[in-house]
Design a protein around this ligand. Structure first.
Ligand SMILES: C[S@@+](CC[C@H](N)C(=O)[O-])C[C@H]1O[C@@H](n2cnc3c(N)ncnc32)[C@H](O)[C@@H]1O
Length: 214
């Protein structure tokens, strides 16, 4: 795993053996804001529960924590990550400085695993090392799912109908699942799981992404 600069100047992580990055090479922060805040959190109201697939660098988590404070909405953020990013890369990635809240970024990474931790008046994070495919989820529990797995071609087992059926059962009525991908098989698998889908324009000029609604 190594740092890689995106077109907008901030870093993402790159895994050479998979030839895969953690975020869009055209801009990590702009992608996270677009896909998960604008097309995810903005479609929800009130206090909400989020499920994230892949805590990774914690970029989505810090953006969601800042969003919660800015909008004065309480967010319970349940995030799955079986492969933790080494601390030396987290300390170099710079998201805390760019987003002008280094303390928040450090708090999110320092938070104990496997238990809910209160970060602020508006944000609780619950990090778990469990793999999504093996976990059992509470029915009709989450208002917004950040589906931020590696690309379907790189990690196809996480994009199968069985996974989306499990997530559909865990989504509250009117809840949404949002993801950067708009692959044809993804669209079919989401529909087979019961979701209806929309495909707004993606981040950084990408033609489309996916929002799935229960
Ligand atoms: C595209 S990256 C996520 C980026 C992350 N959301 C961020 O803001 O940096 C995909 C993440 O999914 C994690 N992952 C891989 N296999 C997983 C699994 N079986 N269950 C849950 N997460 C998994 C990876 O370790 C990686 O951190």
């Amino acid at each position: 795993m190594e740092l890689q600069e995106t077109k907008t100047g901030e870093y993402t992580l790159y895994i050479p053996s998979m030839d895969e990055t953690y975020h869009s090479r055209n801009g990590a922060i702009s992608e996270s804001r677009h896909v998960f805040l604008q097309e995810g959190l903005d479609r929800t109201i009130g206090n909400i529960r989020v499920l994230e697939v892949g805590f990774g660098t914690g970029l989505n988590a810090i953006l969601a924590a800042q969003y919660a404070t800015q909008h004065q909405r309480k967010i319970h953020f349940h995030t799955f990550e079986p492969f933790q990013v080494p601390f030396d890369l987290i300390s170099q990635i710079g998201y805390g400085q760019i987003l002008e809240d280094q303390q928040l970024f450090e708090q999110l990474h320092a938070a104990e695993w496997e238990t809910p931790v209160s970060i602020s008046e508006y944000f609780i994070i619950h990090k778990t090392t469990q793999k999504l495919e093996y976990v059992s989820l509470t029915n009709e529990h989450y208002d917004c799912i950040f589906f931020d797995a590696f690309a379907p071609k790189k990690q196809p087992e996480l994009w199968e109908t069985g996974i989306f059926s499990k997530l559909y059962a865990a989504t509250r009525p009117n809840g949404v699942l949002t993801t950067y991908s708009a692959a044809g098989q993804l669209k079919r698998n989401l529909k087979a799981a019961g979701y209806s889908t929309e495909h707004p324009p993606g981040a950084n000029g990408k033609r489309e992404m996916t929002v799935a609604m229960r």
